[in-house]
Every structure is written in C-alpha cells, then in structure tokens.
Design a protein around this ligand. Structure first.
Ligand SMILES: O=C(O)Cc1cc(O)ccc1O
Ligand SMILES: [Fe+2]
Length: 443
C-alpha cells in the first residue's frame, strides 16, 4: 500500500478523478442537472461561505450516494474521550507521563476511535474556540466503521505503528515521523498493523496553516510542495451488516447506521482536503552565531486565534540540526511562558531531558509553570567545549504550544496511571553557582 499516489501542495485548488471513471468531474460547473456517471454532487464547507478568498475552504465531492443517506444518530460509549475540563481540580505542576500503554489485542481489541483518550484541553466546541490533546492507543483496524469530527480538526502524530487512513478524498499511509491533518467533517477510517500509538492535537474553530516566513523569505520551514493530498479512490461497497458512522459532536460520540461505504467518492475538487507531511522535509533554521532562538522557528503549522500573532495552537518540532552557537548555553533556556506547552517524543530523546522523557510519553508545562533543562543537562552544557555538533540526531520531539490554559483530564491524572511522580526531582540537584566576587577571569 506504500505505492499510494498523492497530489502535492498546501491548500491548493486540487482536482482528482478515480482513473476507473474518466470524466467524472463535471466540466465548467459544480452542479450539472445530471452529474457524469449518475453521481451525486455534495459540497463540504470548511469555512463560512462568506470568508475572504484567502481563507475560504470548500470541496466538491461527486459520490455514489450522498452523505445524508444514514439512519438517525444515537449516543454511544466513548471510553476516555472527553471535553469535560472540570473532571478534576486544576493542576499547575510540571507533569510528565511515561509511555502510554497500548492494550494487547489478545486482552482487549481496540480500534482508533475507541482508543481515543483525552489528556488535556480547554475551550469550547460550541463557541468554536479551543483545543484538546488526545492520546490514541489501538490494536485493530476499523471494519465497516468510519468517523467524522463535527467539532474540529485532528492533527495526528503517529508514534508507534503506521496508519492507513481511508478518507472520502482517497487513502494516505502515515508513518511515525510523518503527520497528517484530517479537517472538520471529513469522514475517515484507520487501518493499523499491530500495536499503535500516537498523539492528536485537536483544534476547534480554526484550520492549520503554514506560518508566515517574514524576514526568512520565500522558502523554508515546511515548504508547501512537501504536503501530500490523497487521490480519489471510490469503493462501491454494501456492508453486509451495515456500516457504522461515528460522529464526534459537541464532545460526545454518536453512531448511525447506513447500508453502504461512505468512501464512495468517485471524483472531487477543491481546497479543503486531508493532507500529510513528512517531518524529514522540514527546512530547519537555527542560530549560527550566539544565543538560543525561540522554538517558534520550528513551527510546522499553526492554527491562529483571532488575536494577531497568537495561536490557538502551534505544532512545533525539534528536528536533527547543527548546534554551532558560540559562548552560548545551547539547550533550551529556563522558561516561564504565557502559553501552555505539551511535548511528545516520536523517537530518540530530547536534548533538555536525556533521561525520563521517553518515546510515546509526554510532558505538560502549563501557563507560567517554570521548566527547563534537568540538572544533568545544565551541568554538561555549561561546561561543554563549544564545537559545532549535531543536535537531536535520530530523534524527533515535538510540542503543541497553545494560548489556552489547559485542564488535565481524570484519565491523564489518574486513570492512565502513567504520571511520573518523580518528574520534579530532575531539577532538585541544581545548585547555586552564585559567586558575589565573580570576575570574568574566575569563570
Ligand atoms: O520547554 C521546552 O523544552 C520547549 C522549548 C524549547 C526551546 O528550545 C526553547 C523554549 C522552549 O519552551
Ligand atoms: Fe518551554
């Protein structure tokens, strides 16, 4: 399945026809009286009709039956997926989680939807402004079952196991060190190939965009041509015992039955699509003289709030790169931030915490919660011989940075049972080096 084809570009006006039905896209209009091949035309709107051209998002899908052909929705069991931010008291401490446990399929069969566990979040799906961080852990594929999210966009970061994601727009294979975005309303199902784990950044009310480059110029960071969009691929399939359509609506899961596969789109065009991106393509910019640049230089995509320069959430990575800064403490600085910082690790280790922060785990440094390199990292970096050196080789840490003050869920604090109770001990050995008689010669 890795021979899948993709279109390239970020937010382009794409067009795609399943090669089995040439000419399936109507020419010169969106709504012919009768569509080619007897298809139904359906628009998926990802922005208000009236948004500026720059932000207007919609796609036209030409499908065997329209999405509306389903039985009524009824609420269903939703495991540890929640948007209740008041389950437990606020938790301002530095938090770190050991790798989240993936259930063994011999003990419990869990698919992608039932394996969604909400770790933290804030804001409101109804007023369309907020964020949730979910950890997915699953071990079986979704069969005759699909999912769409009425509440927001999913940015999915696989950490263990690849995902074959079938969408209305076509198929994407997404492996660890790649990410994908499934935007609000897009129907998809996930096939897995064993134990599977990853992170999801959900934003309510905004779509991800590429950050402006300002003085960097026309190129750099995540380049638009490296974003991959699936191609139309329909199935004309009647599920023997019905197809289950799962919908996340206002934070609750609902299920409806329908007789046929929703992946029945023969052709589509538009600028509102799912997409994927390989993090190895990120063009890294870093300091080449002295001091430590803020991690915003590593922003892959951003979901902007309405306040200029302030994101609902940024997706930031810490890719392999050269560290060359002279007379500089090179690791991340000690820090208190008016933003929330959730971090995850896809592979390797993170430079500020060589120990304890493990792939498949996470950390949360909430608004104004102090954090920074552990004692070991501080001592090493303060005495290091500052040669040019490779930083983060073979690793990939990332951060969801949000302007929201996030609540941690009961699952995050208790049920998952992965909180590292000793996290704060990593700073305990930090000692005072203060010398009131200090002269540069005594350094
Ligand atoms: O807290 C962290 O590790 C993330 C981070 C990295 C960095 O290089 C500078 C600031 C920052 O918050
Ligand atoms: Fe930080």
């Amino acid at each position: 399945m890795s021979n899948l084809k993709y279109l390239t570009g970020f937010g382009n006006e794409f067009a795609s026809e399943d090669p089995r039905c040439p000419g399936a896209l109507p020419e010169g209009q969106n709504n012919p009286q009768v569509c080619p091949y007897g298809l139904y035309a359906e628009q998926l709107s990802g922005s208000a009709f009236t948004c500026s051209r720059q932000t207007n998002k919609r796609s036209w899908l030409y499908r065997i039956l329209p999405s509306v052909c389903h039985k009524p929705f009824a609420s269903m069991e939703q495991g540890y997926l929640t948007h209740n931010w008041d389950e437990v008291d606020p938790e301002p401490n530095q938090l770190r989680w050991m790798p989240f446990i993936v259930p063994k399929s011999s003990e419990k069969k869990v698919d992608f939807v039932m394996g969604l566990n909400t770790l933290c979040g804030a804001g409101d799906v109804r007023s369309r402004n907020g964020i949730a961080v979910h950890i997915y852990t699953c071990n079986i594929s979704m069969t005759d079952k699909c999912f769409y999210n009425s509440d927001g966009d999913f940015l999915i970061v696989p950490q263990l196991g690849k995902l074959l994601i079938t969408t209305e727009f076509g198929k994407m294979m997404v492996e660890p060190n790649e990410i994908c975005v499934i935007q609000q309303g897009m129907c998809f199902k996930v096939d897995v190939f064993g134990e599977t784990r990853g992170y999801i950044l959900e934003v309510f009310g905004a779509h991800f965009e590429l950050p402006d480059l300002g003085p960097i110029g026309a190129n750099g960071l995540a380049n638009p041509r490296d974003f991959l969009v699936p191609v139309a691929c329909y199935e004309d399939y009647k599920a023997p015992s019905g197809y289950t359509l799962v919908n996340k609506y206002q934070g609750k899961l609902f299920a409806a039955q329908q007789g046929f596969s929703p992946f029945n789109v023969v052709a589509w065009h538009g600028n509102y699509t799912p997409y994927k991106y390989n993090l190895k393509n990120f063009m890294v910019i870093n300091c080449v003289a002295f001091d430590h640049a803020d991690p915003s230089i590593f922003t892959v995509v951003t979901a902007k709030s309405t306040r200029p320069g302030v994101a609902i959430a940024d997706f930031v990575i810490f890719p392999p790169r050269w560290g060359v800064a002279n007379h500089t403490f090179r690791p991340p600085y000690y820090h208190r931030n008016c933003m929330s910082e959730f971090m995850g690790l896809i592979k390797g280790h993170y430079e500020a915490k060589e120990q304890g922060f493990q792939p498949g785990g996470g950390s949360l440094h909430s608004i104004m919660t102090p954090h920074g390199p552990d004692a070991d990292c501080f001592e090493k970096a303060s005495t290091a011989d500052l040669q040019p050196e490779r930083v983060a080789e073979g690793t990939m840490a990332f951060m969801f940075e949000s302007s929201f003050s996030m609540a941690v869920t009961k699952w995050g604090l208790e049920t998952c049972n992965r909180l590292d109770k000793n996290y704060q001990k990593c700073w305990e050995p930090l000692k005072s080096h203060f010398n009131p008689n200090w002269k540069s010669s005594t350094k």
